[in-house]
Design a binder for this molecule. Structure first.
Ligand code: NAG
Ligand code: NAG
Ligand code: NAG
Ligand code: NAG
Ligand code: NAG
Ligand code: NAG
Length: 579
């Protein structure tokens, strides 16, 4: 994206939908006629979920969470505005096909109730976890939502004015009713997958001529061989790239491959299609957009079978009807550098990557807009068990951008956040990947194979600015030097021959975390900025239990003590030197 587009992004900036849209970014029509609309947003770390139910009626409205889609056993709220303007709202539960009973404990808080243009708009919130036996505990599974409404405020039988819809509130993936518009595919082009365990297939492809700017709003995987295709990425090429090419990625074969490093779309095993929320779309075909993209397909040919032909790829649905903002992806993670390894025999080895957004001002003119984060895809390979992305401002952790305490390699879905999170220039993002290597006997390097490791978060945001990757790597050389190794290969032979038990694993983890980190940021022209930094302390994942008091999560200040290699680290380095 050129400066022109940046300016236009800034011009539309003041029009952003504001706190309302930021807090209720998710929406579904619950009925066919679109007379009943539910908007919602949530914050898992605060154990809060907020709803706004809009129904075309001036009578009563009701929303329920049902175990089986029926009324019996459902947790229901009913509210409305009386003809004299007074409002009513109650938390109820249904025991059968009869008027739901009012709960002894009212667990929902009404935020606003209004009538306008023949519609009733009811906004309310509750805790995600419920501590009342009469309330439904909202989980990350699909939930059967039921609704009903009356034509008057007398709450009585709703006849046919009712319905049900299954929605996964916390792991929501929107689906437009029609995707019969225009699309194009970028695929492997009937590629014969080589009989090797790991192969990264690269194709520089050219976007079909569109003549003007369009927005991509939905991206779907086309998977021909689910047993072979592990992940697919589409990257923007630098404007200097001007021809199509096919070859093996990261082999040094084609310099042009390295000129296409900014992610435009991601898919990994277990993921489905995904849609960009209404506010934004990925810009293509415009004057400031590039024409060439690099498709990368990671084939994991476990059985090393030869002769398998694959034409998997990604399908891009696009529209000439532009949305308010351009969306883009910021990739945050550990540089895939073989000198970084995870020791064997570790039950929960923590790796850290740092992104200092202050680097943006070295690549872009100010003012830099806040980045509105709406979706995150987390990525590690087979040893990954847990991934957390901490959000720091002025040295203190203010939030988690994303959290997956039960990371599953087989289910890597880009997930919409429960609310739009704003990252301001100068904020730091800290990615923590936790690995389990108890079944391994050798060092696990960062690398391309699924048996190597990675630690990445693909952060989807708007408005798009020209940044690609914000990656870091610890100053491993200083650790090697501290153990008395003349170079890294000598250090590796020391690491390979040592005993990795709980104690040495923890000390090596702390060494990697506590040394200075190199932090890089690049853009589509392959310009880059570098700065050193330290990994701040991430706070514990807040656990929502029934006794938890709702409210602010107390920010944990970045501990200054953690910024310098502590005594433990020095002792450990000294001990290693004695080996
Ligand atoms: C939805 O609203 C429209 C217009 O208000 C009305 O004609 C239609 O009958 C409604 N549909 C249902 C199922 O209530
Ligand atoms: C408004 O109407 C409701 C329902 O008919 C009634 O319960 C309430 O007392 C009325 N409020 C006022 C201020 O008249
Ligand atoms: C791949 O091969 C199939 C079957 O031979 C053919 O129908 C298809 O058009 C080919 N795709 C491409 C991109 O060449
Ligand atoms: C691509 O760019 C190179 C130099 O940047 C130029 O020599 C070459 O002719 C261009 N190729 C095409 C097809 O435009
Ligand atoms: C590393 O250092 C050792 C010991 O000084 C030396 O024998 C070896 O050649 C060095 N290796 C490299 C790759 O520089
Ligand atoms: C693995 O770690 C455990 C726990 O510290 C230790 O008892 C064991 O000796 C280690 N195993 C190996 C093979 O190093």
């Amino acid at each position: 994206m050129g400066p022109l587009l940046l300016v236009s992004a800034l011009l539309v900036w003041p029009l952003r939908s504001g706190a309302q849209g930021d807090q209720l970014p998710l929406a579904e029509h619950l009925d066919q006629d679109q007379n009943v609309t539910l908007r919602w947003g949530f914050d898992e770390t605060r154990d809060e979920i907020m709803f706004e139910l809009t129904v075309k009626t001036t009578g009563w409205v009701g929303l329920g969470f049902s175990p089986n889609g029926g009324m019996a056993g459902a947790d229901i709220v009913i509210g409305g505005v009386s003809p004299n303007g007074s409002t009513y709202f109650t938390d109820r539960h249904a025991v059968g096909q009869s008027l739901p009973l009012v709960d002894a404990r009212q667990s929902y808080t009404i935020l606003s109730l209004a009538e306008a243009d023949g519609q009733t708009i009811m906004k309310f919130q509750r805790s995600i976890q419920s501590c009342d036996g009469d309330d439904f505990a909202i989980s990350t599974s699909p939930i059967k939502l039921i609704y009903a409404f009356g034509l008057t405020d007398e709450i009585k039988y709703h006849s046919s004015r009712r319905g049900t819809k299954e929605v996964n509130l916390l792991k929501y993936s929107p689906r437009t009713s029609s995707t019969d518009g225009s699309y194009f595919d970028f695929t492997a082009n009937n590629f014969t997958v080589p009989p090797v365990h790991t192969y990264y297939h690269c194709r520089i492809v050219k976007l079909p001529a569109l003549g003007s700017k369009h927005h991509v709003y939905r991206i779907e995987p086309i998977i021909q061989n689910p047993d072979l295709v592990h992940h697919m990425l589409l990257y923007y090429c630098s404007p200097s790239v001007n021809e199509t090419l096919t070859g093996m990625c990261y082999s040094g074969q084609h310099h042009a491959f390295h000129m296409c490093m900014g992610a435009m779309a991601t898919w990994a095993v277990g993921g489905g299609g995904f849609e960009i929320p209404e506010a934004a779309g990925i810009s293509i075909g415009g004057d400031d957009d590039v024409s060439y993209y690099r498709l990368e397909i990671h084939y994991n040919n476990q059985e090393q079978v030869s002769g398998r032909i694959d034409d998997s790829g990604l399908r891009f649905h696009y529209t000439p009807v532009l949305r308010q903002y351009d969306a883009s992806i910021l990739s945050v993670g550990l540089i895939v550098d073989k000198s970084y390894f995870i020791p064997p025999n570790a039950t929960s080895f923590k790796s850290y990557a740092l992104c200092k957004t202050s680097l943006i001002s070295q690549l872009l003119p100010s003012p830099v807009p806040d980045l509105n984060i709406f979706m995150v895809m987390l990525h590690t390979h087979l040893a990954g068990r847990k991934i957390r992305v901490g959000h720091f401002r002025n040295g203190a952790q203010i939030d988690f951008l994303a959290l997956d305490e039960h990371y599953d390699f087989e289910l890597q879905q880009a997930l919409l956040l429960g609310k739009i999170k704003n990252v301001k220039l100068g904020d730091e993002l800290v990615l923590e990947c936790t690995y389990n290597t108890v079944d391994r006997t050798k060092l696990t390097e960062l690398g391309l194979a699924t048996t190597d490791e990675m630690c990445f978060a693909y952060i989807f945001y708007y408005p798009a600015i020209d940044i690609n990757n914000c990656w870091s790597i610890p100053d491993i050389g200083s650790i090697d030097t501290a153990i008395g190794a003349a170079n890294h290969s000598m250090a590796v032979s020391m690491y390979e021959s040592m005993t990795w038990d709980a104690d040495t694993v923890e000390k090596y983890q702390d060494a990697l975390k506590n040394v200075n980190q190199y932090v890089f940021l690049d853009n589509r022209q392959n310009d880059h900025a570098v700065q050193m930094g330290y990994i701040p302390e991430l706070k514990a994942t807040p656990s929502a239990d029934c006794r938890a008091v709702q409210g602010e999560v107390t920010p944990v200040a970045g501990s200054a003590a953690a910024h310098t290699p502590g005594i433990t680290l020095l002792l450990w380095l000294a001990a290693l030197r004695l080996l």
